[in-house]
Design a protein around this ligand. Structure first.
Ligand code: FES
Length: 156
């Protein structure tokens, strides 16, 4: 791990006493700073809390809020909630995966896009929903996917 990252992590640790029940808040803080939890970061957290690395990894993989890989420049999210599902959400996801060449939970090798699924975005009336960065696109169809992605993604 580069020294700068190690120093940053040590600064985060100074705000905690080192009790094992602080695992999740520390992981959240580390993810806020680094954008994701690398294996090196999880190893250091385990060392600080004096718990097995497997425990940190287990928590990281259990909770959807934690990311184990870096985010791409653009985040594409497809809703898999019930309303979106019945209105064709799975076809939207299939089309996005095809267009981006990645599966849900992955980031492309060029780091331009990450793809995630979400469970109900709270805009069910507009189902099916796709969210690109902070913009919500409703009543999506597979035919609109490619244009929507190219119109709304940041240039890299
Ligand atoms: S189910 Fe997709 S927004 Fe509610």
């Amino acid at each position: 791990m580069p020294n700068i990252e190690k120093d940053t992590l040590e600064m985060i640790f100074t705000r905690f006493s080192g009790s094992s029940d602080q695992l999740i808040p520390i992981m959240e803080e580390a993810q806020n700073v680094f954008g994701y939890l690398s294996s090196e970061v999880m190893k250091e957290i385990a060392r600080f809390l004096k718990i097995p690395e497997s425990k940190v990894y287990g928590v990281a993989t259990f909770y959807a809020l934690f990311r184990l890989s870096p985010r791409g420049e653009n985040m594409v999210r497809v809703c898999r909630g019930t309303a979106c599902h019945v209105k064709g959400g799975p076809y939207i996801l299939q089309e996005v995966e095809k267009r981006l060449g990645i599966k849900a939970g992955e980031t492309g090798a060029d780091m331009k896009f990450s793809l995630e699924t979400i469970s109900c975005f709270g805009s069910c009336a507009l189902a099916p929903i796709m969210v690109i960065n902070d913009t919500v696109y409703g009543r999506m169809t597979p035919a609109k996917v490619e244009e929507t992605i190219s119109d709304s993604s940041k240039e890299t």
